[in-house]
Design a protein around this ligand. Structure first.
Ligand SMILES: OC[C@H]1O[C@H](O[C@H]2O[C@H](CO)[C@@H](O)[C@H](O)[C@H]2O)[C@H](O)[C@@H](O)[C@@H]1O
Ligand SMILES: [Ca+2]
Length: 573
């Protein structure tokens, strides 16, 4: 059993893994993944080297939005299991040193939630103010529509009540009214219910939209931030080492506001840099990503970004410029079937034409840039997608465990699967699955596991400063992650070009230090006052330990070995 990490800032060094409960493993052969199924796969996740599971909503739901339409916050969808199963998952995960956070949808409920059924019955019932009601559709006209593929308005008429209700997402997801203290109180009970059971925190879904105010776009309002401060205070006062992770798909200066002064969320997804990684690839230029990082404001101590390549939604293009959006659609979604709302409904591998080198470059970035990496289930084997499925189901097909029936995901009839497993010649389960990649020492899965291991052994990736390193090649993104107190420093060099590239780096500040490549342990020439010259292969990357002598993870003995190697290789020069 691994030592369970009880440090308050554990999430800064965590590697997150996002699990679609429905799509991971079906333990009872009914065609739907479930909580006991995740328990059965914990050994695999431990082997892979992840620290924290993020579970997509597992609560009771009519599943019209993948479970983000909750009809009871305190029960588990029967097809997924029950509360005891979740408790068992928490125990089993914790015993392996794995923490578990879950999605919490505070902004809205399903229209099947008893609160909404009562609220919509008339204007005088006890839950009458639980939602945002209006006689007309005139209010909040400055609020954009988010699900543009399906919704034409943020208001929908309810026959029973004879009024309109407000919803930022699907019309079956009425927004809760946080101006009503009873709603705040109810949501606090929900938080307590799950935290008491041992959950390690929440991913707070769609958090910018909790309040509405006339004359604003109803996003990121001060009232929303004040409520988050109240929630944080409540969580901190009763529990230890929990994490709140904000899902706020907003501009850089807005997204950092979800950390408050260190008194709101511990973490926030770094939405601004995600599309920029993909732009840098197609432009063969480090500039889009470099700019996005440089423009990221500093965050308070005790806070951390969550960085990701892909997730269960579309590759969102809501917060990029019109020009950038056009570029992204042309570069990554020439086929209009790939488009979803304001974004692209594809998984990582098809986005990058299944190119292993690009996948390695993107994951090297994910594991070395400031923030905690969040992996999406299936991306560790470079799973594909199914553009013919509706909404965002294109990227939510069953996990491919083996070449057995239904990809080893379920023993049920194929026809009863919640979504069809992929069967095409490139990404189908017979060609692409966990089992075959476990057996293949040079598979992407094995490569990624090695990278996660290296990252874990170098905590500076989670907690260190970020220093951009000047170089003479636009295709190359170079930076150092360092801990000024210990002198630990790791130089990361990334080539966005599809061809080999030379680069000269200005790392004279580290003059005298040895550069030791982290994956193979090979010693490169000592750093001097002149530019450091490297050659990178197409989409190539390097991680070098350039720490001051004796301050890194290396022991004194290793240091002597380095001297010897250097002597052998460079004749003591
Ligand atoms: O609960 C409703 C939705 O909430 C999240 O949505 C986020 O994803 C949207 C794209 O699919 C994005 O445009 C929006 O800004 C986000 O809040 C959740 O991740 C979705 O799955 C869910 O439908
Ligand atoms: Ca099942």
């Amino acid at each position: 059993m691994k030592e369970f990490n009880l440090k308050p800032n554990w999430f800064k060094n965590a590697i997150f893994y996002e699990v679609l409960v429905r799509g991971f493993f079906d333990s009872n052969s009914d065609g739907t993944g479930d909580i006991p199924g995740i328990i059965e796969k914990l050994d695999y996740l431990e082997w892979l080297g992840i620290d924290t599971l993020w579970l997509l909503p597992f609560y009771s739901s009519p599943l019209k939005d993948g479970g983000y339409d909750i009809s009871d916050f305190m029960t588990v969808l029967p097809a997924y299991g029950n509360v005891s199963d979740v408790e068992r998952l928490l125990e089993e995960s914790h015993s392996r040193g794995i923490k578990v956070v879950a999605d919490l949808v505070m902004n809205h409920t399903s229209d099947q939630h008893p609160w909404f059924i009562e609220s919509s019955s008339n204007t005088t019932n006890a839950k009458s103010d639980f939602y945002v009601w209006s006689d007309d559709q005139e209010q909040y006209k400055d609020a954009r529509i988010i699900f543009v593929d399906t919704e034409r308005s943020n208001w929908t008429y309810n026959e029973n009540r004879g009024q309109y209700y407000w919803h930022r997402f699907f019309s079956h997801q009425p927004d809760l009214n946080y101006d009503n203290p009873q709603v705040v109180n109810e949501m606090m009970q929900v938080l307590h219910f799950w935290l008491e059971r041992g959950l390690d925190g929440f991913r707070l879904d769609a958090v910018p939209y909790l309040f509405e105010r006339e004359g604003t776009n109803c996003e990121n309002l001060v009232e929303t931030h004040n409520l988050l401060k109240v929630i944080r205070k409540e969580v901190d006062s009763k529990y230890q080492n929990k994490v709140l992770l904000a899902e706020a798909n907003q501009l850089p200066h807005e997204v950092v506001e979800y950390f408050g002064d260190g008194d709101e969320c511990h973490m926030s997804f770094h939405f601004p840099i995600m599309p920029k990684m993909f732009m840098s690839i197609k432009k063969e230029s480090s500039e889009p990503l470099r700019q996005a990082i440089v423009q990221t404001p500093p965050i308070p101590n005790g806070c951390q970004w969550g960085i990701f390549l892909r997730n269960h939604d579309e590759l969102t293009l809501e917060m990029v410029t019109d020009e950038e959006r056009t570029f992204m659609y042309q570069a990554y979604a020439a086929d209009p079937r790939a488009r979803r709302n304001v974004g692209i409904g594809r998984r990582l591998a098809p986005l990058i034409d299944n190119d292993r080198r690009t996948a390695e470059l993107l994951h090297s970035l994910l594991l070395s840039m400031p923030g905690s990496p969040v992996l999406y289930y299936g991306d560790e084997i470079l799973m594909g997608d199914n553009m013919y499925l509706g909404d965002r189901d294109s990227v939510r097909t069953p996990m491919q465990w083996s070449s057995d029936r239904n990809g080893g995901f379920s023993r049920s009839d194929y026809a009863s699967l919640y979504l069809p497993v992929l069967m095409d010649p490139v990404y189908g389960y017979e060609a692409l699955n966990v089992e075959s990649q476990l057996l293949n020492p040079s598979s992407f899965l094995q490569w990624l596991r090695h990278m996660l291991w290296i990252r874990r052994g170098n905590p500076v990736f989670g907690t260190g400063d970020f220093e951009s390193i000047e170089n003479d090649n636009d295709a190359i993104f170079s930076f150092v992650r360092r801990d000024p107190e210990t002198g630990t420093a790791i130089l990361c060099v990334n080539n966005f070009a599809r061809t080999a590239m030379p680069v000269s780096l200005d790392i004279s500040a580290y003059e005298g230090n040895i550069a030791r490549e982290l994956l193979g342990g090979v010693v490169f020439p000592r750093i001097t006052s002149v530019p450091y010259v490297l050659t990178l292969s197409a989409y190539g990357t390097f991680w070098f330990d350039i720490s001051a002598s004796g301050t890194s993870m290396r022991s004194q003995i290793e240091e002597q070995e380095v001297d010897q190697q250097e002597n052998d290789l460079y004749g003591g020069a």
